[in-house]
Write a new protein. Structure first.
Length: 163
């Protein structure tokens, strides 16, 4: 009983846009893996800029070898995936510059990648960028926004709440 008295309560945290652009509901993404929430809940952004920033205070968990996706863990334990473009794994890193490594500590708004949307689109890939809550069994993406313009590092996309 006393153990719980001193246990630090997990905080809810706000997730900000990792990239500037138009926020769209995840259900509108053309890739069914995302639209049917097979990987988890979240939103997507149709980018209007190239800079990708950290949407949370936390740590870089995994920079995918193909540089098209980065997963992070918020200080409250929520795990987030930023997937730059659709099917972009096939580009094997072309069009992406990653500025972080696994284990790096980051704060909201810290630059983590450059996503060359002109190169990606020029190769006939969609640039829509899903932002996914990976551990939805432990956390909820609450108060999600869509159909709004978002500014990287500033606009709150949703709140990560501990279940």
């Amino acid at each position: 009983m006393l153990k719980n008295l001193f246990k630090k309560k997990a905080e809810n945290t706000e997730l900000v846009a990792p990239i500037t652009g138009k926020v769209i509901a995840l259900e509108q993404v053309s890739d069914q893996v995302f639209s049917q929430k097979m990987m988890g809940d979240g939103v997507a952004i149709e980018p209007s800029s190239n800079e990708v920033v950290s949407p949370i205070d936390g740590e870089i968990v995994d920079v995918f070898k193909t540089k098209h996706a980065i997963s992070l863990k918020a200080n409250n334990g929520a795990e987030i995936l930023i997937h730059m473009g659709l099917e972009t794994v096939e580009l094997d890193g072309e069009g992406f510059e990653v500025k972080v490594s696994n284990g790096d500590k980051v704060e909201k708004g810290d630059p983590i990648a450059v996503f060359h949307t002109d190169i990606i689109a020029g190769k006939n890939y969609q640039t829509v960028t899903p932002i996914i809550l990976l551990n939805g069994d432990e956390y909820t993406a609450d108060q999600k926004i869509s159909d709004e313009d978002a500014k990287a590092g500033e606009t709150i996309l949703f709140e990560l709440k501990k279940n």
